[in-house]
Design a protein around this ligand. Structure first.
Ligand SMILES: [Zn+2]
Length: 283
């Protein structure tokens, strides 16, 4: 895949089509977009979601729709503002459409268990192997969600990497994070934290380690820091003007310290949690 004239173009393996809609607010201002917002469609299939998103009477659009058949459909060029985020805020910003590229992934969303059946809001039944049970980041109790296909997750990650390279994206957020209470997508079945860490932190960390080899402007390796504030904000640069790039670190978190600049430490964030042994390969 590559991006030409703000459109995703295929090479041999992807199925990319363009069904461009003029449901946009025009071009981004200089320096934008710097954010990707991930969504689920909560729809029956990609075809019906695309039909809705290009329907002139529906006040919603998005840049991309990723189907369960690995189809990729672009509806809005990446240099134009689409209507996917709605009422939303992050850090000091509100109205995230003006800052972000919206990726919709075909997925039925939350499922309701009734007897042996898992039903979507539109009353379609899904087999157990397509059901993910997990706790939403904005909720306390576990619930059921439609699984994404492995390919959908991989394709989404590949596209975000391309966008990071092309547009200097430095924030990857879920709709549930910018419109909490109102939106729950992409939900716990989507590995948002992992993808965000892999793309924005781990790669950068590797480059930094290469850069700092033999250069003691960096910290001695394996310097650890313990968070002493209740909530410690993590920012894209060493200044309070820099945007928060992930949720705050809770008191007691241990982080690896990479570098110091003035009154700021650059740290590597490693999140911990329990995962099903069915889904983790340990050699
Ligand atoms: Zn959404």
């Amino acid at each position: 895949m590559e991006i030409t004239d703000h459109l995703l173009k295929e090479n041999k393996t992807e199925k990319i089509t363009h069904q461009l809609t003029d449901k946009t607010s025009g071009k981004f201002v200089q320096g934008q977009p710097d954010t990707v917002v991930v969504h689920f469609t909560a729809g029956r299939d990609a075809r019906s979601s695309i039909a809705t998103l290009i329907n002139p009477t529906v006040k919603a659009s998005a840049h991309l729709v990723i189907g369960r058949d690995n189809s990729i459909t672009q509806l809005v060029p990446f240099d134009k503002i689409a209507w996917h985020a709605g009422r939303s805020s992050w850090d000091s910003r509100s109205g995230l459409n003006r800052y972000s590229i919206g990726i919709e992934i075909d997925n039925a969303g939350r499922l309701d268990k009734q007897g042996n059946e898992y039903l979507s809001w539109f009353k379609k039944s899904y087999p157990a192997e397509e059901v993910f049970e997990g706790v939403h980041r904005n909720e306390e109790a576990a619930s059921f969600w439609h699984r994404y296909t492995e390919d959908q997750i991989k394709i989404t990650e590949d596209i975000i990497r391309l966008l990071v390279g092309q547009y200097g994206i430095n924030l990857i957020l879920g709709h549930e994070e910018i419109s909490p209470g109102r939106k729950v997508d992409p939900g716990p079945a989507f590995p948002l934290d992992k993808i965000r860490n892999d793309i924005l932190f781990s790669d950068r960390q590797q480059e930094d380690e290469d850069e700092f080899e033999g250069d003691l402007g960096g910290m001695p390796s394996e310097t650890m820091g313990l968070v002493t504030a209740n909530k410690l904000n993590v920012r894209s640069g060493p200044s309070t003007d820099s945007i928060k790039i992930t949720k705050p670190l809770p008191r007691g978190s241990l982080v690896k310290v990479i570098e110091r600049q003035g009154n700021w430490y650059k740290v590597k964030i490693e999140e911990q949690g329990w995962v099903s042994a069915d889904w983790l390969r340990v050699d």
